[in-house]
Each structure stands twice: as C-alpha cells, then as structure tokens.
Design a binder for this molecule. Structure first.
Ligand code: PCA
Length: 208
C-alpha cells in the first residue's frame, strides 16, 4: 500500500461586517475530506479576529503538519478570484474585527520581516482558473485586515519548513448561482499548488 501523504490544510473565515455568509467558510467545508493529489483536505474555519485566528492556525499547523496550506478569505468588493503574492507585516483595520478590536499600524510580528511571498505557483494557478472559465488575477496586496494577518502569520510559522507550500486566495462574494462553482475553483488551485513545481513565466503584474 502506498504511504499516505501529509494532508492539505484549507482554511476559511466566519461571517464579518458586510459579509453575512462568508464564501471562504462554505468552500473550505465543502472540500473537507476530499482527496487532492493523494492528500486529504482538512478544513479549519477561523474567527475573523486578530490574534485568535493566528493562534488557532498555529495550533492546527503544529498538530496536522500539512504539506500544503491554502488560506481562503472573502473580498466582497472584487469580481475576480485573487491569488495573493505577498503578506505584509502590519495590521491596519478599517473596521473592527468580530471581537471589536481595531488595531492601527501594529506589526503582526515585532521585528519580523516586512513581508513574505506566497510559496505557490501563483501564475500557474491564475492560468488554470482562467482556462476553467473563472475570472482570476494575481493580487499584490491581501489588505491589512484579518486575511493579511493570517497570511503573514502562516508564512512566518512556516519560515523554517521550506518544503511546505502555502499561500492565500481571496474569493469574491458571489451571487447564489456562482457559489457552487467556487468549490471547483479552489479544487483547481489545490491541484496546481501540488502538481506544478515551477511557476509559469506569465505576466501577472499591475500598474495601479
Ligand atoms: N475577509 C477579510 C477577513 C475575513 C475575510 O473573509 C479580509 O479580507 O481581511
């Protein structure tokens, strides 16, 4: 019998101000238990709360020891799926989190690097999503709210575990008809994240 491969950790967030039904939660739970490239998907729904989300993520990373971590969040003002390139070391909240906290200009890790890059073939993921008919793009900022906080904490936690692939994808908040397809999009992202060793040299920059 083939040895079992280390699992995939797929995270989503609960509802927060302006997003009463978070698609990232629904998609993570829908893919839980499925197998992708020989790895079982483990879903974790994080609270949209600074610090607590990070602690829950770190505890699960230590217990699960996944080979791929894909964190998902909702980007309500966006029409495309955004594959994030970079996490930055700052919390600067425009609205309060679900615990009523609103940090302004606080480092996530005091003395930590200004930023981490995703360890995912982001161009290949965008290309595969477009091929499957989704609007998708590379994004150069995951914002400065709880999504970026979790993304930075994730890359920081894995800084010495170089073989673990990890990154973040923002999902639009879809009309009901499009919601089911987001599950397919994230499955594609997981397949490419594990199946593509070398990213595509495709243009993915922006000028704004
Ligand atoms: N989106 C928010 C936090 C939780 C979520 O799904 C963000 O983009 O920071």
């Amino acid at each position: 019998m083939a040895a079992l491969k280390a699992p995939i950790l797929l995270t989503g967030f609960d509802a927060f101000e302006g997003v009463p039904a978070n698609p990232s939660r629904r998609v993570a739970q829908a893919l839980a238990g499925q197998s992708v490239q020989g790895s079982r998907v483990h879903a974790l729904v994080l609270p949209t709360v600074f610090e607590l989300s990070r602690r829950q993520l770190e505890a699960t990373l230590a217990a699960l020891r996944p080979r791929l971590v894909l964190a998902l969040g909702a980007a309500p003002a966006r029409a495309a799926i955004r594959v994030e390139r970079v996490a930055i070391n700052v919390d600067d909240a425009r609205i309060a989190d679900n615990a009523g906290r609103q940090p302004i200009d606080c480092p996530i890790v005091a003395g930590g690097p200004a930023a981490y890059f995703a360890r995912l073939p982001i161009k290949a993921i965008v290309a595969a999503l477009r091929e499957a008919g989704f609007a998708a793009e590379v994004s150069h900022s995951a914002g400065t709210f709880v999504c970026n906080h979790v993304f930075y904490a994730l890359m920081h936690a894995l800084r010495r575990r170089r073989t673990v692939r990890a990154g973040f994808v923002h999902l639009p908040v879809p009309a009901d008809a499009a919601a089911a397809r987001q599950e397919e999009a994230v499955r594609i992202a997981l397949e490419v994240a594990l199946g593509v060793a070398q990213d595509l040299p495709a243009a993915g920059g922006s000028v704004d």
